[in-house]
Design a protein around this ligand. Structure first.
Ligand code: ADP
Ligand code: MG
Length: 654
């Protein structure tokens, strides 16, 4: 096999220097994270090697003890992070290190730019809030370095297949084939002039203690030799310089999740969370369990404070890290948590799964199913205790991640009721649109004689709150939940009841207020239906195929008319949502309900001119659709009719 020994200069795949400038400026106040990111990559590489070596022991060569080393050269002004992990081939370097386009760094920069665009504060660094949602990764090295050299050799390749990558992060990098006896990767940071203070072993030890104490791979530094007297150095001369330095471990290097809860402080848990999640913020809460018996495992699960930026991306990866007997197996083991808990981060370490477990095996494994079921219960339990004991924290969680939890009832039949208890909604009980009303609180406030939990779905909080459908509820002082997230339609199509109470849309079917209804009102409506049969029929004739029925409303107080769909029909809002995302929605024929007490309707009834009646009828129907946030099939026709009407009004001097 011939070795590609040539040196080449390659362009980065994207406008790297701009991206880097942005990242560096906004991360500067957190500059220490460069070391966390590099050690994290090194430890990932070591864990990947350990995993691959399970099936190919040769990969370990004669160097089986995996470790990360941090070396300092004060004179040269460099810091080197070195691992004996899996290493990178030439091609892998081009694809991973040379392509900022696919890295977290780039995504981060894009979001950063977007958020600045909104805020219009071009020069202000973004808050940690945004930074916290991204793994910044390898390129964070350029926060402190003006040149980075990476020398790597893929495990399994021979020494002459080493590769040397170097770049100042300004748009191009060089790539060269070199000899590298030891497998793995050295990342050498040439510190900027004003970052030389970092080239201090004690300083680096402190940073490692802060960010990398609990990773499972040992992080080593050269033993510091204090008090060497000059003579000794002189005597030994060259010999001493050549002697390999002795290393000592500077992090705890034990898997944190295997330690006893009682030995771990909040800081320990928080530090570990940051390591696995790359989050800058503390986690909101966590739960740590050891399970003994026929399926032994440890689970450590965290709730983040903030939704990751790609939570609603189709290809958002989720899941927890899976270990088997302390050996790292895979990231984002998505079989260990359901999709509706995709914001949960953490580790599961099993004693009973085979070490060669693959994603395919995870699909159909009873032990995995059991762990997943138990994980769901743990997270639900954690959320329930937050909701009960720390409602403010729970609200933080809900504001960020509630929309994901709302997917739960559709996906998890068994836990539907428990998830129902965790849901929070905006409500007519409140003056603002904060989602903070629990179904239990709603039930407590239900009126005497009220059977159902009432809700309305609309495409914005304002459209929900101001819908004509709420008029009678307002009049009777009955609370209605206001649902305006996209996922809400999905939620209510699966959550039909909670604690024996039916969830009822106020825009569907004949309004049945049960015992709340005024018997008198009811009779009046029935009576009216007969008395005004003529008007109803005339309206139906004018509207033709647009409606299935025209009837007298018991829902309205101030509005002349509203649109109602059948009890089992798709809501008008859902039909809109589907159309908006380019999906088919059935063509529905709604019912038009009219308010006989409204002067407009009275006026209409008295209209003798058929053409005018038709126009007015259409306007009433179109208005009812608009009032709910709906769209008109023919808006220009609506405007035309309205203008005609206004003209007539002016001409008659009205
Ligand atoms: P991430 O770690 O989130 O994938 P990074 O920017 O930190 O993003 O790293 C990009 C990629 O570069 C890694 O996924 C890995 O493939 C490769 N890489 C970085 N450092 C190392 C290393 N020390 N050993 C092997 N591969 C590495
Ligand atoms: Mg990384």
């Amino acid at each position: 096999m011939t070795v590609e020994a040539h040196k080449e200069t390659l362009e980065f795949k994207a406008e790297v220097s701009q991206v880097l400038d942005l990242v560096i400026r906004s991360l500067y106040s957190n500059k220490e994270i460069f070391l966390r990111e590099l050690i994290s990559n090194a430890s990932d590489a070591a864990e990947k090697l350990r995993f691959e070596a399970l099936t190919d022991e040769q990969l370990l060569e004669d160097d089986p003890n995996l470790r990360v080393r941090v070396l300092v050269d004060k004179d040269a002004g460099t810091i080197t992070v070195s691992d004996n992990g899996i290493g990178l081939s030439r091609q892998e370097v081009i694809e991973t290190i040379g392509s900022i386009a696919s890295s977290g760094t780039r995504r981060f920069a894009e979001a950063l730019q977007a958020s600045r665009g909104e805020a219009g504060e071009a020069d202000k660094p973004a808050g940690d809030a945004l930074i916290g949602q991204f793994g910044v990764g390898f390129y964070s090295a350029y926060i402190v370095a003006d040149k980075v050299t990476l020398i790597s050799r893929r495990a399994g390749l021979t020494a002459e297949h080493g590769v040397r990558w170097e770049s100042d992060g300004r748009g191009a990098y060089t790539l060269e084939t070199v000899e590298k006896p030891g497998r793995g990767t050295d990342v050498i940071l040439h510190l900027k002039d004003d970052e030389q203070e970092l080239a201090e072993p004690w300083r680096l030890r402190t940073i490692i203690g802060k960010f990398s104490d609990h990773i499972a791979i040992p992080v080593e530094m050269a033993k510091e030799t204090y008090g060497d007297d000059e003579d000794e150095t002189d005597e030994e001369g060259e010999a001493k310089k050549d002697k390999a330095p002795e290393f000592e471990q500077v992090n705890k290097g034990t898997a944190l999740w295997m330690r006893n809860k009682s030995d771990l402080s909040d800081e320990d848990y928080q530090g570990f969370y940051k390591h696995i999640s790359h989050d800058f913020e503390e986690p909101l809460a966590w739960v740590h369990n050891r399970v003994e018996g026929s399926n032994e495992y440890t689970a450590l699960l965290y709730l983040p404070k903030r939704a990751p930026w790609d939570l609603f991306d189709r290809d958002h990866k989720h899941g927890v890290k899976l270990y088997v007997k302390r050996v790292f197996i895979m990231d984002e083991a998505d079989k260990l948590l359901p999709h509706w808990l995709r914001f949960v981060k953490g580790v599961v370490d099993s004693d009973d799964l085979p070490l060669n477990v693959s994603r395919e095996i995870l699909q159909h494994n009873r032990k995995i199913d059991t762990i997943r079921g138990a994980n769901v219960k743990r997270v639900l339990g954690l959320l329930e205790s937050l909701a009960k004991d720390e409602p403010e924290k729970y609200q933080t969680f809900w504001n960020e991640l509630g929309r994901v939890l709302k997917e739960g009832p559709a996906e998890d039949f068994q836990n539907r009721e428990r998830i129902g208890g965790l849901l929070r909604f905006a409500s007519t009980h409140n003056d603002d649109d904060t989602q903070n009303v629990a179904l239990d609180a709603y039930i407590e406030r239900m009126k005497e004689g009220q059977k159902d939990i009432y809700y309305i779905t609309a495409d914005s909080p304002a459209a929900a709150r101001h819908s004509p459908h709420l008029e009678v509820f307002r009049k009777k002082g009955v609370e209605v939940l206001l649902l305006s997230d996209r996922v809400d339609e999905w939620l209510v199509s699966h959550l039909h009841e909670y604690k024996g109470k039916h969830l009822q849309s106020v825009t569907k079917g004949k309004l049945d207020l049960g015992d709340l209804a005024d018997k008198e009102d009811q009779q009046k409506a029935e009576q009216a239906e007969k008395e005004h049969e003529g008007l109803l029929k005339r309206l139906k004739d004018s509207l033709g195929e647009r409606v299935s029925e025209v009837r007298v409303s018991t829902r309205l107080v101030d509005s002349p008319a509203c649109i109602v769909v059948g009890e089992h029909d798709m809501s008008a809002n859902l039909a809109r949502v589907l159309k908006a995302v380019g999906q088919e929605a059935p063509d529905m024929k709604p019912t038009l309900e009219v308010n006989l007490d409204h002067p407009l309707v009275k006026r209409l009834e008295a209209e003798g001119n058929q053409a005018k009646f038709d126009d007015l009828g259409m306007i009433l129907f179109d208005q009812a659709q608009l009032a709910e946030g709906g769209q008109l099939d023919d808006p220009a026709a609506f405007v035309g009719r309205l203008n005609k009407l206004m003209l007539q009004m002016f001409m008659s001097g009205g």
